[in-house]
Design a protein around this ligand. Sequence first.
Ligand code: CMX
Ligand code: CO
Length: 143
Amino acid sequence: MLTRIDHIGIACFDLDKTVDFYRATYGFEVFHTEVNEEQGVREAMLRINGTDDGGASYLQLLEPTRDDSTVAKWLAKNGEGVHHIAFGTADVDGEAEAIRNKGVRVLYDEPRTGSMGSRITFLHPKDCHGVLTELVTSASSHH
Ligand code: CMX
Ligand code: CO
């Protein structure tokens, strides 16, 4: 089961400036920052709200760390904006398998490491009506 919006991923050129915008405009504070070398991003998670399943929903602000990263490529083509949406689940492996069996391309054979020790995978945007879709199991709900 997918039980929440885990986060909305937003690509930006300058993470610090974008964080400042979200703080000044909406009062959202940074909950967590990290560099994910595998994904080629420096990111800030802004916690927006708690959710019915005991988890939370975030904005994930993403700045590329290298020119050949997926986010750098996307920014060069599209400019800043919404890059992906992520659904939360207690079982990313099971959900990925079930969705793969429906004919949607899952990008990774095994989930990889995402923000805050979560486990993540992605669905191809061309199989999801143009939306790059991530599935997330947060560290606190690993079994
Ligand atoms: N949303 C919607 N469509 C997208 C997209 C996105 N974010 N990124 C690419 N596309 C579309 C392109 O517009 C293009 O469509 P057209 O052929 O119609 O022009 C097509 O997909 C192929 O795009 P591309 O620029 O050639 O990009 P690639 O195929 O090299 O990569 C993808 C696309 C989805 C495989 C790659 O972005 C990927 O592996 N993403 C998952 C990892 C990721 O995004 N990590 C960063 C976030 C990390 C995190 O959330 O923690
Ligand atoms: Co994400």
